[in-house]
Design a protein around this ligand. Structure first.
Ligand code: FES
Length: 346
Protein backbone atom coordinates (compact mmCIF):
# COMPACT_ATOMS: atom_id res chain seq x y z
CA UNK A 1 0.00 0.00 0.00
CA UNK A 2 1.27 3.44 -0.93
CA UNK A 3 -0.56 5.84 1.35
CA UNK A 4 -2.56 6.27 4.54
CA UNK A 5 -6.01 7.80 4.95
CA UNK A 6 -6.54 9.12 8.48
CA UNK A 7 -9.54 10.65 10.21
CA UNK A 8 -8.69 13.88 11.98
CA UNK A 9 -9.21 13.89 15.74
CA UNK A 10 -9.34 10.07 15.97
CA UNK A 11 -6.84 7.21 15.87
CA UNK A 12 -8.65 5.71 12.88
CA UNK A 13 -6.73 5.23 9.66
CA UNK A 14 -6.61 2.97 6.63
CA UNK A 15 -3.96 1.98 4.07
CA UNK A 16 -4.67 2.99 0.48
CA UNK A 17 -3.21 2.48 -2.96
CA UNK A 18 -2.87 5.44 -5.28
CA UNK A 19 -6.23 5.84 -7.04
CA UNK A 20 -8.32 4.22 -4.29
CA UNK A 21 -11.11 6.46 -3.09
CA UNK A 22 -11.06 7.72 0.47
CA UNK A 23 -14.31 5.85 1.11
CA UNK A 24 -13.10 2.53 -0.36
CA UNK A 25 -9.93 2.66 1.71
CA UNK A 26 -11.82 3.38 4.94
CA UNK A 27 -14.47 0.72 4.35
CA UNK A 28 -11.86 -1.89 3.39
CA UNK A 29 -10.19 -1.26 6.75
CA UNK A 30 -13.52 -1.49 8.59
CA UNK A 31 -13.44 2.17 9.58
CA UNK A 32 -17.03 3.34 10.05
CA UNK A 33 -17.96 6.18 7.70
CA UNK A 34 -21.38 7.35 6.50
CA UNK A 35 -22.16 6.68 2.85
CA UNK A 36 -25.01 5.61 0.61
CA UNK A 37 -24.85 5.74 -3.21
CA UNK A 38 -21.02 5.45 -3.54
CA UNK A 39 -21.43 7.23 -6.88
CA UNK A 40 -21.32 10.95 -6.11
CA UNK A 41 -25.08 11.45 -6.13
CA UNK A 42 -26.33 11.61 -2.55
CA UNK A 43 -23.79 13.65 -0.56
CA UNK A 44 -23.90 11.30 2.44
CA UNK A 45 -20.12 10.78 2.39
CA UNK A 46 -19.21 14.50 2.63
CA UNK A 47 -16.16 15.20 4.73
CA UNK A 48 -13.54 17.89 5.05
CA UNK A 49 -10.14 17.51 3.43
CA UNK A 50 -7.67 18.54 6.13
CA UNK A 51 -4.44 17.70 4.30
CA UNK A 52 -3.15 15.71 1.38
CA UNK A 53 -3.70 15.53 -2.34
CA UNK A 54 -6.75 13.99 -3.95
CA UNK A 55 -8.18 13.74 -7.45
CA UNK A 56 -11.90 14.46 -7.58
CA UNK A 57 -13.92 12.29 -9.93
CA UNK A 58 -17.19 13.58 -11.37
CA UNK A 59 -20.15 14.01 -9.06
CA UNK A 60 -23.66 15.39 -9.15
CA UNK A 61 -23.94 19.12 -8.49
CA UNK A 62 -26.65 18.26 -5.95
CA UNK A 63 -24.27 16.13 -3.91
CA UNK A 64 -21.78 18.93 -3.16
CA UNK A 65 -22.56 22.64 -3.42
CA UNK A 66 -19.90 25.00 -4.80
CA UNK A 67 -19.82 26.93 -1.51
CA UNK A 68 -19.18 23.67 0.39
CA UNK A 69 -16.36 22.75 -1.99
CA UNK A 70 -14.91 26.22 -1.51
CA UNK A 71 -14.70 25.46 2.22
CA UNK A 72 -12.72 22.28 1.64
CA UNK A 73 -15.58 19.78 1.76
CA UNK A 74 -15.19 16.76 -0.54
CA UNK A 75 -17.07 13.55 -1.31
CA UNK A 76 -15.17 10.57 0.11
CA UNK A 77 -16.58 8.28 -2.59
CA UNK A 78 -15.31 10.56 -5.39
CA UNK A 79 -11.90 11.46 -3.93
CA UNK A 80 -8.99 9.38 -5.18
CA UNK A 81 -6.00 9.29 -2.90
CA UNK A 82 -2.67 10.48 -4.31
CA UNK A 83 -0.74 11.11 -1.09
CA UNK A 84 -1.25 10.53 2.61
CA UNK A 85 -4.63 12.13 3.28
CA UNK A 86 -6.35 13.39 6.42
CA UNK A 87 -10.12 13.97 6.37
CA UNK A 88 -12.47 15.14 9.07
CA UNK A 89 -16.03 13.98 9.63
CA UNK A 90 -18.51 16.84 9.38
CA UNK A 91 -20.46 17.82 12.44
CA UNK A 92 -24.13 18.49 11.90
CA UNK A 93 -23.81 22.22 12.43
CA UNK A 94 -20.93 22.53 9.94
CA UNK A 95 -23.39 21.56 7.35
CA UNK A 96 -26.38 23.86 7.52
CA UNK A 97 -27.97 24.66 4.16
CA UNK A 98 -31.03 26.92 4.14
CA UNK A 99 -33.31 27.02 1.12
CA UNK A 100 -32.31 29.77 -1.27
CA UNK A 101 -35.00 32.45 -1.59
CA UNK A 102 -35.64 35.52 -3.69
CA UNK A 103 -37.58 38.01 -1.57
CA UNK A 104 -39.52 41.09 -2.52
CA UNK A 105 -39.06 43.54 0.35
CA UNK A 106 -40.08 47.09 1.24
CA UNK A 107 -38.00 49.60 3.15
CA UNK A 108 -39.36 49.80 6.70
CA UNK A 109 -36.68 52.09 8.18
CA UNK A 110 -33.46 53.81 7.22
CA UNK A 111 -31.26 55.32 9.94
CA UNK A 112 -27.77 56.76 9.97
CA UNK A 113 -25.72 54.73 12.47
CA UNK A 114 -22.56 56.83 11.97
CA UNK A 115 -21.64 59.67 9.60
CA UNK A 116 -21.16 57.11 6.80
CA UNK A 117 -22.93 53.88 7.80
CA UNK A 118 -26.65 53.56 7.24
CA UNK A 119 -28.88 50.93 8.83
CA UNK A 120 -31.44 49.60 6.35
CA UNK A 121 -34.40 47.61 7.66
CA UNK A 122 -36.61 45.69 5.29
CA UNK A 123 -40.00 44.08 5.61
CA UNK A 124 -40.50 40.90 3.58
CA UNK A 125 -43.51 41.22 1.28
CA UNK A 126 -43.22 38.16 -0.91
CA UNK A 127 -41.03 35.07 -1.15
CA UNK A 128 -40.70 34.18 2.56
CA UNK A 129 -40.32 32.51 4.91
CA UNK A 130 -36.63 33.38 4.93
CA UNK A 131 -34.45 31.22 7.10
CA UNK A 132 -30.74 31.81 7.61
CA UNK A 133 -28.04 31.35 10.22
CA UNK A 134 -26.66 34.33 12.14
CA UNK A 135 -23.59 35.63 10.32
CA UNK A 136 -24.76 34.90 6.77
CA UNK A 137 -25.23 37.49 4.05
CA UNK A 138 -27.63 38.21 1.19
CA UNK A 139 -27.51 39.78 -2.25
CA UNK A 140 -29.36 43.08 -2.52
CA UNK A 141 -30.69 44.57 -5.75
CA UNK A 142 -32.27 47.99 -6.11
CA UNK A 143 -34.57 49.01 -8.94
CA UNK A 144 -32.57 50.64 -11.73
CA UNK A 145 -29.18 49.91 -10.13
CA UNK A 146 -26.49 48.46 -12.42
CA UNK A 147 -25.26 45.78 -9.99
CA UNK A 148 -26.23 43.78 -6.95
CA UNK A 149 -24.23 43.97 -3.71
CA UNK A 150 -23.74 41.55 -0.84
CA UNK A 151 -24.49 42.68 2.71
CA UNK A 152 -24.65 40.69 5.92
CA UNK A 153 -27.84 40.37 7.95
CA UNK A 154 -27.45 42.21 11.28
CA UNK A 155 -30.72 40.88 12.70
CA UNK A 156 -31.19 37.55 14.44
CA UNK A 157 -32.90 34.92 12.30
CA UNK A 158 -36.10 35.11 14.40
CA UNK A 159 -36.54 38.90 14.08
CA UNK A 160 -39.25 40.00 11.66
CA UNK A 161 -37.32 42.75 9.83
CA UNK A 162 -34.12 42.15 7.86
CA UNK A 163 -31.40 44.60 8.85
CA UNK A 164 -28.27 45.55 6.89
CA UNK A 165 -25.47 48.02 7.67
CA UNK A 166 -24.24 49.77 4.56
CA UNK A 167 -21.15 51.92 4.47
CA UNK A 168 -21.91 54.79 2.11
CA UNK A 169 -18.88 55.63 0.02
CA UNK A 170 -18.60 58.93 -1.89
CA UNK A 171 -18.02 56.99 -5.12
CA UNK A 172 -20.25 54.06 -4.15
CA UNK A 173 -22.82 53.60 -6.90
CA UNK A 174 -24.93 51.19 -4.90
CA UNK A 175 -24.34 52.44 -1.36
CA UNK A 176 -25.38 55.97 -2.34
CA UNK A 177 -28.59 54.57 -3.81
CA UNK A 178 -29.22 52.70 -0.56
CA UNK A 179 -28.79 55.92 1.41
CA UNK A 180 -31.31 57.63 -0.88
CA UNK A 181 -34.03 54.98 -0.43
CA UNK A 182 -37.40 56.06 0.96
CA UNK A 183 -39.76 54.20 3.27
CA UNK A 184 -41.83 51.80 1.16
CA UNK A 185 -39.32 51.52 -1.71
CA UNK A 186 -38.92 48.04 -3.19
CA UNK A 187 -35.71 46.04 -2.64
CA UNK A 188 -34.96 42.55 -3.91
CA UNK A 189 -33.04 40.27 -1.55
CA UNK A 190 -31.69 36.85 -2.45
CA UNK A 191 -29.93 34.38 -0.20
CA UNK A 192 -28.86 33.36 2.29
CA UNK A 193 -25.18 33.00 1.42
CA UNK A 194 -21.95 32.42 3.30
CA UNK A 195 -20.55 29.90 5.71
CA UNK A 196 -19.32 32.22 8.48
CA UNK A 197 -22.29 31.54 10.70
CA UNK A 198 -22.70 30.81 14.40
CA UNK A 199 -21.79 27.30 15.52
CA UNK A 200 -23.82 27.28 18.71
CA UNK A 201 -22.74 23.76 19.69
CA UNK A 202 -19.08 24.71 20.02
CA UNK A 203 -18.16 23.87 23.60
CA UNK A 204 -15.38 26.43 24.02
CA UNK A 205 -15.18 30.22 24.30
CA UNK A 206 -16.23 32.61 21.53
CA UNK A 207 -14.23 35.52 20.13
CA UNK A 208 -15.77 37.94 17.62
CA UNK A 209 -13.74 40.61 15.83
CA UNK A 210 -15.48 43.26 13.73
CA UNK A 211 -14.26 46.25 11.77
CA UNK A 212 -16.59 49.05 10.64
CA UNK A 213 -19.85 47.79 9.16
CA UNK A 214 -18.55 44.26 9.79
CA UNK A 215 -20.34 44.73 13.08
CA UNK A 216 -23.54 43.66 11.26
CA UNK A 217 -22.90 39.88 11.13
CA UNK A 218 -21.10 39.99 14.48
CA UNK A 219 -24.16 41.59 16.07
CA UNK A 220 -26.31 38.76 14.67
CA UNK A 221 -23.85 36.12 15.91
CA UNK A 222 -23.50 37.52 19.43
CA UNK A 223 -27.23 38.16 19.90
CA UNK A 224 -28.07 34.69 18.59
CA UNK A 225 -25.43 33.07 20.80
CA UNK A 226 -26.93 34.82 23.83
CA UNK A 227 -30.41 33.77 22.75
CA UNK A 228 -29.32 30.15 22.28
CA UNK A 229 -27.99 30.15 25.84
CA UNK A 230 -24.32 29.98 24.84
CA UNK A 231 -22.88 30.79 28.23
CA UNK A 232 -19.16 30.32 27.66
CA UNK A 233 -16.71 33.14 27.72
CA UNK A 234 -17.61 35.60 24.98
CA UNK A 235 -15.29 38.38 23.84
CA UNK A 236 -16.11 41.02 21.23
CA UNK A 237 -13.58 43.42 19.68
CA UNK A 238 -14.86 46.24 17.52
CA UNK A 239 -12.32 48.21 15.52
CA UNK A 240 -13.12 51.66 14.16
CA UNK A 241 -11.04 54.52 12.86
CA UNK A 242 -12.20 57.28 15.26
CA UNK A 243 -14.92 57.93 17.83
CA UNK A 244 -17.31 59.15 15.15
CA UNK A 245 -17.10 55.70 13.47
CA UNK A 246 -18.26 53.85 16.59
CA UNK A 247 -21.83 52.62 16.65
CA UNK A 248 -23.83 49.88 18.37
CA UNK A 249 -23.07 51.10 21.89
CA UNK A 250 -26.57 50.17 23.05
CA UNK A 251 -25.84 46.58 21.98
CA UNK A 252 -22.46 46.63 23.69
CA UNK A 253 -24.01 47.77 26.98
CA UNK A 254 -26.62 45.04 26.75
CA UNK A 255 -23.98 42.39 26.00
CA UNK A 256 -21.79 43.59 28.87
CA UNK A 257 -24.74 43.31 31.24
CA UNK A 258 -25.00 39.66 30.15
CA UNK A 259 -21.35 38.87 30.80
CA UNK A 260 -19.80 39.53 27.39
CA UNK A 261 -16.42 41.31 27.37
CA UNK A 262 -16.64 44.10 24.78
CA UNK A 263 -13.68 46.21 23.63
CA UNK A 264 -13.83 49.16 21.25
CA UNK A 265 -10.46 49.93 19.66
CA UNK A 266 -9.75 53.09 17.64
CA UNK A 267 -6.97 53.01 15.07
CA UNK A 268 -6.53 56.81 15.11
CA UNK A 269 -5.03 58.35 18.21
CA UNK A 270 -7.74 60.22 20.15
CA UNK A 271 -7.03 63.89 20.88
CA UNK A 272 -8.83 64.10 24.25
CA UNK A 273 -10.31 61.79 26.89
CA UNK A 274 -11.81 58.66 25.41
CA UNK A 275 -13.42 55.55 26.87
CA UNK A 276 -11.97 53.52 23.97
CA UNK A 277 -8.68 51.71 23.51
CA UNK A 278 -6.35 52.79 20.75
CA UNK A 279 -4.29 50.87 18.19
CA UNK A 280 -5.13 48.08 15.77
CA UNK A 281 -7.89 45.76 16.84
CA UNK A 282 -5.73 42.71 16.06
CA UNK A 283 -2.99 44.06 18.36
CA UNK A 284 -5.55 44.49 21.15
CA UNK A 285 -6.48 40.81 20.83
CA UNK A 286 -2.79 39.84 20.83
CA UNK A 287 -2.21 41.91 23.98
CA UNK A 288 -5.15 40.39 25.83
CA UNK A 289 -4.60 36.70 25.03
CA UNK A 290 -1.47 34.58 25.09
CA UNK A 291 -3.39 31.41 24.19
CA UNK A 292 -6.62 31.17 22.19
CA UNK A 293 -6.63 27.42 21.59
CA UNK A 294 -10.15 26.03 21.85
CA UNK A 295 -11.77 29.34 20.88
CA UNK A 296 -14.32 29.62 18.08
CA UNK A 297 -13.60 32.87 16.24
CA UNK A 298 -15.77 34.94 13.90
CA UNK A 299 -14.30 37.83 11.91
CA UNK A 300 -15.95 40.41 9.69
CA UNK A 301 -14.48 43.57 8.28
CA UNK A 302 -12.03 44.91 5.72
CA UNK A 303 -9.60 42.25 4.41
CA UNK A 304 -6.45 43.91 5.90
CA UNK A 305 -8.03 43.82 9.36
CA UNK A 306 -9.17 40.22 8.88
CA UNK A 307 -5.73 39.15 7.60
CA UNK A 308 -3.93 40.80 10.52
CA UNK A 309 -6.34 39.20 12.98
CA UNK A 310 -5.93 35.75 11.41
CA UNK A 311 -2.15 36.03 11.80
CA UNK A 312 -2.68 36.71 15.52
CA UNK A 313 -5.13 33.83 15.83
CA UNK A 314 -2.70 31.39 14.24
CA UNK A 315 0.09 32.56 16.54
CA UNK A 316 -2.22 32.12 19.54
CA UNK A 317 -3.20 28.56 18.63
CA UNK A 318 -6.66 28.88 17.02
CA UNK A 319 -7.32 25.91 14.76
CA UNK A 320 -8.15 26.93 11.15
CA UNK A 321 -11.46 25.08 11.32
CA UNK A 322 -12.46 27.29 14.25
CA UNK A 323 -11.90 30.48 12.24
CA UNK A 324 -14.89 31.77 10.28
CA UNK A 325 -14.34 34.81 8.13
CA UNK A 326 -15.83 34.74 4.68
CA UNK A 327 -18.22 37.68 4.79
CA UNK A 328 -15.99 40.45 3.56
CA UNK A 329 -13.57 38.61 1.32
CA UNK A 330 -13.67 39.67 -2.31
CA UNK A 331 -13.13 35.99 -3.16
CA UNK A 332 -16.73 35.23 -2.29
CA UNK A 333 -17.19 33.99 -5.80
CA UNK A 334 -17.19 30.27 -6.32
CA UNK A 335 -13.72 28.86 -6.84
CA UNK A 336 -13.25 27.22 -10.22
CA UNK A 337 -13.20 23.42 -10.23
CA UNK A 338 -9.68 22.08 -10.27
CA UNK A 339 -8.06 18.71 -9.84
CA UNK A 340 -5.89 17.37 -8.42
CA UNK A 341 -6.72 19.25 -5.33
CA UNK A 342 -4.82 20.11 -2.19
CA UNK A 343 -6.30 21.08 1.11
CA UNK A 344 -6.25 24.82 1.53
CA UNK A 345 -7.56 26.55 4.61
CA UNK A 346 -7.87 30.00 6.01
FE1 FES B 1 -23.32 9.19 -2.13
FE2 FES B 1 -20.67 9.57 -1.79
S1 FES B 1 -21.91 8.02 -0.97
S2 FES B 1 -22.11 10.88 -2.77
Amino acid sequence: MDFTVSIDGTDQSAPANGGDTVLDALLAANVGFSYSCQAGNCGTCKCELVSGEIFEMEYSEHALLPQERERGVVLACRSQVWSDVVVRRLQAEEFIVHPSRVLRCRVAALDWLTHDIVGLRLEIELGGPYSFSAGQYARIELAGAPDARDYSMANCPNEPLLEFHVRVLPEGQISRRVAALKIGDAVRVSGPLGTSYLRAMHPGPLLAIAGGSGLAPIRAIVESALECGVLHDMHVYFGARAARDVYGQQWFENWRSRGVQVHVVLSEKATGETPFRSGWVSDAVAEDFSDLSGFKVYLAGPPPMVDAAIAVLRARGVHPRDTHADSFYPARATAPMRSPRQASRL
